[in-house]
Design a protein around this ligand. Sequence first.
Ligand SMILES: *[C@@H]1O[C@H](CO)[C@@H](O)[C@H](O)[C@H]1NC(C)=O
Ligand SMILES: *[C@@H]1O[C@H](CO)[C@@H](O)[C@H](O)[C@H]1NC(C)=O
Length: 379
Amino acid sequence: MAFSSSMSLNLLLLIAMVASNIISLYHLSSTVIFPSSPPIPPIPDHLLRQLHSIRATINRLTRLQQIPADTNTVRTSSKNQTIPSDLLLYSRLSPIASSCHDYPELLHKFMSYTPFSLCPSDSDLAEALILRGCHPLPRRRCFSRTPQKPTSSLPNNPFSSSLPSSNVIWDKYSCKNFDCFNRLNPNLGFDASREITKFMSYESELDLPIPQFLQIAKTAKSVIRLGLDIGGGTGTFAARMKMHNVTVVTTTMNVAAPYSEAAGLRGLVPLHVPLQQRLPVFDGVVDVVRFGHAVNRWIPVTMMEFLLYDVDRVLRGGGYLWVDHFFSRGVDLETVYGPLIGKLGYKKVKWATANKMDIAGLKNGEVYLTALLQKPVSR
Ligand SMILES: *[C@@H]1O[C@H](CO)[C@@H](O)[C@H](O)[C@H]1NC(C)=O
Ligand SMILES: *[C@@H]1O[C@H](CO)[C@@H](O)[C@H](O)[C@H]1NC(C)=O
């Protein structure tokens, strides 16, 4: 291509600006003129193709046809449905996650609300969209609902014996308090008496008690202050690390139970981001990343690979990746996941596997892996 690299860069920047300003896209023709900048030479083919794909994507998102400017709403071409005006307004202000395009009905429903009033009771809708990768969700201009009679006495201790159920909106759950969830399944993470024992004892090779981890790090002269717990439920890992003055934020989703609220009530930071999301943390700043049970063989391998490299990005040199009870088929651990993790070039401080002995595990020949891996100090 005959273009100088700075010219290509300028054009890329231009396209980035265009992409973040949806409305200007509809006024683009094949020659792009930006006000108050010198005339731009013809756009090279590959950049034009990028532009076209951005345009096509956005068209798919809104499936819209412009109609006369005297009305605030726009009709879809394929469906007899109007696009909510707040969705249009928001998408002019900010980009929406690309995966939102694939779920126009859900997105439409989510954005069909009355601005400046109380939001609909639709946290399950937000959850459904985020789980499908539609994150960040578009912002809305409504007031989120609050519990009717919340208690103001919140515990400072993240292992406080009971979480105040009155501080949660239970509409979308069949359970109406935390005790009910504990009776259904005491392993969900809502039972403080059970949570307080986690990460403290060594019952099998798959366990890595936190005191032992901290000792390993100390011996390696690697200071642990900041961590990220991926798929960490109600935040018990963060809670235990808090007792050691380590700050851990937890990514968690509200799949069938109010995990985020529970973590918040414990005074722990719940990040409401799905597994497929780029970690909202800068490069090389975190001392430890832990994979909780949400990270397992159900994640498509390619996505798993991107996740691992993103973890590598946020870990500082010498930081630790802690894979906690990761399960997969035994054969896949050998041929797929082992080599995948190996590509990171981390030091294997711990690598323990054992058969997964529950019914599903026995049926599918599954194994657990618990590993502690240390990122090289520099590359
Ligand atoms: C949408 O469909 C209904 C009935 O199917 C029709 O009465 C209405 O006029 C249609 N609206 C638009 C805007 O086309
Ligand atoms: C955590 O910090 C507090 C206040 O600085 C200190 O008193 C306590 O000993 C620390 N705990 C641990 C486990 O380091």
